[in-house]
Design a protein around this ligand. Structure first.
Ligand SMILES: Cc1cc2nc3c(=O)[nH]c(=O)nc-3n(C[C@H](O)[C@H](O)[C@H](O)COP(=O)(O)O)c2cc1C
Length: 163
């Protein structure tokens, strides 16, 4: 009986409606589910954006993992995948690096349409034409469980510091 109560409480605590705020002033309410979708072996998740982070291309693995249709993704800001467990500092580092023409890599917990999540090891590079940045490309691989576990603690500390 105690076990059932504990599981029920855990379930209720981990299925929460959360209001997500974005830097552009918009917000949306999402049901967060504490359930991981494992990154499929041997696949790469690829997307391209314009200079503002608006999605211009997603491969089939991106579509499958996000849970959205291609039509729902193209033209949307990449933050459609932003999970509230991710610290803002991670994305500030991403943007400052790639805007300067650099290559960024890091571990990201992404939010699926159904509120569950998946971890990726992402590389983001600027697409340069005639010396100008015209957009960005991101390629994501399966991260190791060890790295994921390190990031869970690190990001929780960073989030607590961000307040
Ligand atoms: C090419 C590229 C790929 C990105 N991939 C992701 C991603 O997979 N998940 C994510 O949350 N943000 C990603 N971002 C960062 C988002 O643009 C955004 O900064 C982030 O979701 C945080 O949202 P916020 O800036 O509104 O806080 C990516 C940005 C670029 C340029």
């Amino acid at each position: 009986m105690e076990t059932i109560d504990f599981q029920l409480i855990t379930y209720l605590e981990r299925n929460i409606d959360m209001k997500l705020h974005y830097y552009d002033g918009t917000d949306r309410v999402i049901n967060i589910i504490d359930q991981e979708e494992p990154f499929p072996d041997g696949r790469l998740i690829v997307s391209r954006t314009d200079t503002m982070g608006i999605l211009t291309h997603c491969n089939q693995s991106f579509i499958d993992m996000s849970g959205y249709t291609e039509e729902e993704l193209i033209g949307k800001n990449h933050y459609i995948l932003r999970h509230p467990d991710m610290p803002a500092a991670a994305f500030k580092g991403l943007w400052s690096t790639v805007k300067e023409g650099g290559k960024w890599d890091g571990y990201v917990k992404n939010l699926r349409k159904d509120g569950s999540y998946y971890w990726v090891h992402a590389v983001v590079i600027p697409n340069v034409r005639n010396g100008n940045i015209v957009g960005y490309t991101s390629v994501r691989r399966k991260p190791s469980r060890k790295k994921i576990n390190q990031c869970i603690s690190l990001y929780a500390e960073m989030l607590a510091e961000e307040g």
